[in-house]
Design a protein around this ligand. Sequence first.
Ligand code: PLP
Length: 396
Amino acid sequence: MKYNFDEIVNRRGTYSVKWDGGELIKKMGLTERYDENTIPLFTADMDLPVPQPLIDALHKTVDHRIFGYSIFPNEYFEAIQHWFKKRHDWEIQKEDILFSPGTVHALTVAVRAFTQPGDGIIIQRPVYPPFTSAIEANGRELLNNALICNEDGYYQIDFEDFEEKAKDEKTKMFILCNPQNPTGRIFNKDELRRLSEICEKNNVLIIADEIHGDLTRRNQTFIPIAKASDQQGHIITFTAINKTFNVAGLHCTNVIISNPEHRKTFGSVMGMHLPSPFTVSALIAVYHEGEEWLEELKVYIDGTMEWVVDFLAERMPKVKVRIPEGTYIMWMDFSGYGLTPEEVHDRIYNKANVLLEDGKMFGEEGLHFQRICIPSPRPIIKEAFERIAREFEDLK
Ligand SMILES: Cc1ncc(COP(=O)(O)O)c(C=O)c1O
C-alpha cells in the first residue's frame, strides 16, 4: 500500500466542523457534550489524507500566488467524461454538465426550478436530512415512500406505495439517494429501471443524488440511474468529487442534465457561478490521477467495516449492523437493548463521549438507529467502539 491510512492527522485548529465545530454542533442539537476528548464520527468527511496528485495540483495553484476569477477549461469537462466512462461506463456529453458549488445547494435550486409551492416531492426515508429541509423550507409537500427494512437489516423499495404516490397529480419530483445515505443500499439495475419507468410515465422528474457512487464495497457495482434507464430526459444527476476524494471544503458538484429545457431552467434559477482555481485544478487531478488512491481507500474502508462487524458481534451482540453495499457509513440498530433512544444517546454521546448521529435525524424510521462515518484512521474507530462498548457492558 502506498498510502498509510492508519496515520492520525490532527485536524484540530484547522476550522474542521468535526474537530473544531463544538459550538455549532451543540447549536444544531446533535449533542450536549463536546470537549477536547470527544471523538466526532458524525459528519460525512474523512479524517484521511487525500491523493498525492491532488496535493501536488493544489500546491501548484498556491505557488502561482494569484487567485482571481477562473474559467472551466475543456480539461475540466474532459476529466469528468473520462472518470465516468472509465469507472461507471457512463458516457456524459460535455454540454450536459453544469457546475454547482454544492450538492445541497443544487438540491434547493432543483426544488425551486422545477416545482411550485404545494407540489408533492417523493423521498425515501430514512434519508440524508437536507432532502427533508429542501422540501419543507420551500413549502412543497413531502411524500415519504419509506424504505422497508427486513429482518436482516436490508432495505428495499416499496414499489406499490411509490407508484401510488407518483400517480398523484400533484407529485412533480422524486429525489433519489443512491448509494443511499444512511442505509448504504446500492439500488440495482432492475430497481432503478422500475423507478425510472414509473416516473417517466407519470411526469415525475428524478433528481438523483449519486455523490456516494464511487464509494462501493469492492464486491459491489454502482450503476448511475441515467445509464440504467432507456430515457434520460426526466433525470437530473448530481455527481461530486466531494465524498470520493475527501474534498467537501472545495465545493465542487457537477449536475448532469441531458434535457436542454431542464438545463436552461436549472441554469437560470441557479445564476452564474464561477469556480475557484483550486476547484478546477483539484477536479482535473483527481479524475485523472486519483484512481490508485481510491482503490487503496476502498480496501481500507472494507477492512474497517469488517472489524466493526466482528467487534460488535463479540462485544455488543445486541446491536444489529450489516456491511453496507456502498457509502462509508454504517447504520446501527440499537433496539435490541430495549432502551429509549434518549438512553442510548446518553450512553454514547455523554458517557462514552463519542459523537455519532441519532437515527431520528433521518426520519422516524431511524428512531432506534445510530449512524457512524467510518473513514477515520482505524485506531480512532477502535477507541470509539471500545468506549461505547464499555458503556453498554452492564446490558450484555
Ligand atoms: C447524499 C448526500 N448528498 C449531499 C451531501 C452534501 O453534499 P455537499 O457538501 O456537496 O452539499 C451529503 C453529505 O453528507 C450526502 O451524504
